[in-house]
Design a protein around this ligand. Structure first.
Ligand SMILES: [Zn+2]
Length: 262
């Protein structure tokens, strides 16, 4: 599932491809992806407009139209953006296609059809409040981070994944953040020391920034990252212990029983 580093890469991709080009056609093939708007209304809002700038909050990507409206995107489990020449090969599972005046298409692609598109007329901040998203994981102070986590009273992995606390972290990156901080996924946040909470905060920023730098591509991640080892037979990159699977809040995570002992 696309998390903060993936969506940040989509944002940069959109910036370097589809901005400032008139949208000449809108092809919506999967209406179930439309979050707060009807097919015809989205088409009307996009047609003959240009995308002017982008921003990201947590796992959401926003792009402002020259009309002042914003198009919001959430990528569900498998979504991403693709930009290609009109006569080029269309990616499989293209669900919404914007044909641009420069002979290219910007496609919202989603194999499992679980993402959402939104038309936002009242500004992005109102949308963020309506969705009850906490501060972006790369945009909160140590004090805010500790306060919001400790007030949730849950297990460390759940607290990190709860978008109302901190927006942007999901199943995969919470594993990495906990591993880098040496925290067990089921550790109760209220029992963590100030020092451990600080480690968790530092590790959150470091892991997410590093992943963005490496194009959110696990093949490029540093040697000491656990993400490339999240599979059966995977080993701890630090102590070589076999990683263990664990269910937390209905999600299957991975951790090292030695480096993240309780
Ligand atoms: Zn280990």
């Amino acid at each position: 599932m696309p998390e903060l580093p993936d969506v940040e890469n989509f944002r940069r991709y959109l910036n370097s491809t589809a901005l400032h080009k008139t949208i000449e056609d809108v092809d919506i093939r999967q209406e179930s992806l439309l979050g707060n708007i009807q097919d015809a209304d989205l088409r009307g809002a996009l047609l003959y407009r240009t995308l002017e700038e982008t921003m990201r909050h947590g796992k959401y990507l926003f792009t402002r139209l020259d009309s002042g409206d914003w198009l919001g995107m959430h990528f569900g489990m498998t979504g991403f953006l693709d930009y290609y020449k009109t006569n080029g090969k269309e990616p499989a599972h293209s669900r919404v296609l914007l044909r641009l005046a420069n002979g290219h298409i910007l496609a919202y692609v989603s194999q499992r059809k679980l993402g959402s598109l939104y038309l936002i007329r009242d500004g992005v901040q109102a949308f963020i409040r309506e969705k009850k998203l906490g501060p972006d994981a790369l945009d909160l102070s140590r004090e805010e981070f500790i306060r919001t986590l400790t007030s949730s009273g849950s297990m460390a992995k759940s607290a990190l994944m709860r978008q109302e606390n901190v927006a942007g972290i999901g199943n995969v990156y919470s594993d990495e953040i906990l591993f880098q901080a040496g925290v067990h996924p089921r550790a109760a946040v209220k029992n963590l020391s100030e020092k451990t909470l600080d480690k968790l905060y530092q590790s959150t920023g470091r892991v997410l920034k590093k992943a963005i730098d490496k194009d959110a591509d696990p093949g490029k991640f540093p040697q000491d990252f656990i993400i490339p080892q999240r599979h059966d037979g995977g080993q701890c990159p630090v102590c070589s212990e076999s990683l263990k699977k664990i269910k937390v809040s209905g999600r299957t995570g991975w951790y090292c029983p030695i480096c993240q002992s309780r």
